[in-house]
Write a new protein. Structure first.
Length: 95
């Protein structure tokens, strides 16, 4: 397995782990304690998203992803959500 393949494989695993925690939060609530880790589901979600962000950073460092393109895609998604969701947005995305 090449380094790129390994990064993609771990990235895929991290995406699945985030998805799994989101499902558990929807079923049991964000404050529910995970009996395996003794952490709240919110803490578990934060851990898993942190792991995902780490892999995204690695993919950027290895030039597998373009940071400018990612920022543009984020901005595009925010605009779509303003139209197609009920999510309320602040003026400054960093707030």
């Amino acid at each position: 397995m090449t380094e790129q393949e390994e990064i993609l494989c771990i990235l895929q695993e991290e995406c699945a782990e985030v998805s799994q925690v989101v499902c558990k939060i929807r079923r049991f609530g964000i404050d529910e304690i995970n009996y395996h880790s003794n952490k709240s589901q919110q803490e578990t979600l934060e851990d898993e998203i942190g792991d995902l962000l780490c892999l995204i950073d690695i993919a950027i460092e290895r030039k597998m992803l373009n940071l400018d393109r990612l920022h543009q895609a984020k901005a595009n998604k925010r605009e779509k959500l303003k139209t197609w969701s009920n999510i309320q947005f602040t003026l400054n995305p960093e707030d």
